[in-house]
Write a protein that binds this ligand. Structure first.
Ligand code: SF4
Ligand SMILES: [Zn+2]
Ligand SMILES: [Zn+2]
Length: 186
């Protein structure tokens, strides 16, 4: 769990209401995230919260938006840059990794530089990692996680992963219904 800034804990934040699960804002589960976003909408702190998180580039949902969504709205001037074969020192005296390495990609990104070689290397690496992860999920006969990996790979989901997804969605629904009826009974 993340430490909340004072303005959120002392003011009437929707997420600070008793009984609200703070982990929703940092969950990997899309349903949890959708729920967190819905709670944010209508929160009186939404604008302040969004600005705070954008300024500090915080992970998780703040002000009703994910980090990727917040980043998308940050004014960025992308600087196209030349790919380098070896380690080099930039105009600020920072040591820069050779292009094509993971470190170089992140160094560019922090500086809003676009480098085609690093971008390609990054995408290729990501895809390889996702394929490997997907193979593991398939070794288990298809899973909910596999379902989302298919989606992230931009490909149709397979039947096994879809079946697993349906099963866990149904299980979550039952769990929620049980939780609600327990809460009502209490
Ligand atoms: S906008 Fe969302 S995260 Fe921010 S204080 Fe409100 S409910 Fe919490
Ligand atoms: Zn590069
Ligand atoms: Zn699959």
């Amino acid at each position: 769990m993340i430490k909340l800034p004072d303005f959120i804990t002392t003011a009437p934040a929707n997420c600070a209401r008793p009984g609200t699960d703070p982990d929703l804002w940092h969950s990997d589960n899309p349903e949890d995230r959708a729920l967190a976003m819905a709670i944010c909408h209508g929160c009186p702190l939404q604008p302040a919260c969004g600005t705070y998180a954008t300024t500090n580039d915080l992970p998780g949902i703040w002000g009703g938006r994910t980090r990727a969504q917040r980043r998308g709205t940050r004014p960025t001037t992308e600087i196209p840059t030349q790919a380098r074969d070896e380690e080099w020192t930039d105009e600020n005296g920072d040591t820069r990794r050779p292009c094509g390495t993971p470190g170089a990609y992140y160094q560019h990104r922090r500086r809003n530089e676009t480098c085609e070689r690093c971008q390609t290397a990054y995408t290729t690496r990501l895809e390889t990692e996702r394929r490997a992860a997907l193979a593991e999920e398939h070794a288990q006969g298809g899973t909910e996680r596999g379902y989302y990996i298919h989606r992230r790979l931009g490909e149709p989901t397979c039947e096994d992963c879809r079946a697993a997804m349906r099963l866990s969605a149904a299980a979550r629904k039952t769990a929620r219904a049980t939780q609600q009826s327990t809460a009502l009974a209490a």
